[in-house]
Write a protein that binds this ligand. Structure first.
Ligand code: AMP
Ligand code: ZN
Length: 114
């Protein structure tokens, strides 16, 4: 999608600190990290949010993302764990309407999600 920030990062039109890429998945460092390791894992295809995961195609992308996440975590040295979060919609303050999973780690993240 032409006016999507993450589509532009994936296409290399805007710089991004890439940490992983395969045919369908792209991952890069969050520009405003909230943990020592904070990576955004996205489908290369433009899917807006968790609400838009319908049918086999989108489910396939999500499966590929969750196959990639442990590989990324391992390569980032997250040996004692990490947290995966997807913000969806206004109450969750989703600010970029291209599906992405935050992978956070590199310290004790605390027992609570919020
Ligand atoms: P969310 O609020 O869940 O939509 O998350 C969007 C994330 O994208 C935020 O954590 C931002 O810090 C991050 N972000 C925004 N612009 C960029 C960028 N140009 N490169 C990397 N991360 C970004
Ligand atoms: Zn997009």
């Amino acid at each position: 999608m032409s006016d999507c920030l993450f589509c532009k990062i994936i296409a290399g039109e805007i710089p991004g600190a890439k940490v992983y890429e395969d045919d369908e998945v792209f991952a890069f460092r969050d520009i405003n990290p909230e943990a020592p390791v904070h990576i955004l894992v996205t489908p290369k295809a433009h899917i807006e949010s968790v609400d838009d995961i319908h049918g086999r195609d989108e489910a396939h992308f999500v499966a590929k993302i969750f196959e990639a996440i442990p590989k990324i975590a391992k390569s980032e040295g997250l040996v004692s764990g990490y947290r995966v979060i997807a913000n969806n919609g206004p109450d969750a303050h989703q600010s970029v309407r291209h599906l992405h999973f935050h992978v956070l780690g590199g310290c004790d993240l605390g027992a609570k999600v919020l």
